[in-house]
Design a protein. Structure first.
Length: 242
């Protein structure tokens, strides 16, 4: 009976030891586009822009033709770091006031969506930091943002999480090499005018991060399990479990 208990105890420890590890990535840049922006500065939020608040809007806030949206730059992502597809990828963002009295609240929730993109927005959109861009921000939004992979109804301030597992598996599989994530309100159908804020991680460290689970190769799992069991069995000699 003592041996059986010891085996169960050791096995549970091994599961903990060789379970999924995670990679946590912060965006290299977090920027926004908006129909309110005038002049050639159409993409704002780069480090040094002194813009701690980025905003996402409802589809046509206050009659504006171009909505507001956010792009997160995860070009530090390396698909070679993954031996297998991931079972979990979570994008965490920080909901804050947008500063224009047009925020979501419990009585007026705002449906916020996450999307993959078909091009690098920092290179495709023409503005003062990228005069060689080939399209406007509104053209990019209408033609190069894919369908939503995750949507959350935001009604308060604080951390908001999105399941982006399918999108990250596309990155791992090589189906999409544009390592950017767009955050928009384009799927909101409430009819309300939202200019909701999210902290800019370029100005507020750890405001946005991507957590991706890593699955070890089966051969690695067997080696880890065998080695860990042997080590734990050796260390448990003389230990009484009853």
């Amino acid at each position: 009976m003592v041996k059986n208990i010891r085996l169960v105890f050791l096995s549970s420890l091994v599961i903990s030891l060789v379970g999924e590890a995670s990679i946590v990535l912060a965006p290299k840049n977090s920027v926004m586009t908006s129909g309110f922006f005038q002049g050639v500065d159409q993409v704002r939020g780069y480090e040094g822009d002194s813009r701690p608040i980025l905003r996402a809007s409802s589809p046509a806030p206050f009659g504006l033709e171009q909505p507001e949206g956010i792009y997160f730059d995860f070009t530090s992502f390396d698909p070679a770091s993954f031996d297998n597809r991931t079972t979990s990828a979570i994008l965490s963002v920080t909901s804050i006031s947008g500063g224009f009295n047009a925020d979501a609240d419990p009585e007026n929730p705002f449906l916020v969506s996450i999307h993959g993109v078909g091009e690098n927005p920092l290179l495709a959109i023409a503005d003062d930091t990228n005069p060689g861009g080939i399209m406007s921000a509104i053209e990019f939004e209408s033609t190069h943002i894919f369908n939503a992979v995750s949507s959350v109804s935001v009604n308060s301030l604080g951390l908001v999480t999105f399941d982006v597992t399918d999108l990250i598996n596309d990155w791992i599989d090589g189906e999409n090499s544009n390592y950017f994530i767009a955050l928009t309100g384009k799927n909101d159908r409430s009819g309300s005018d939202f200019l909701h804020g999210f902290s800019n991680s370029s100005e507020v460290p750890a405001a946005t991060f991507l957590t991706i689970a890593q699955i070890p190769e089966p051969s690695e799992l067997i080696l880890l399990t065998t080695g860990s069991l042997a080590l734990l069995a050796h260390r448990s000699r003389g230990v009484s479990f009853l």
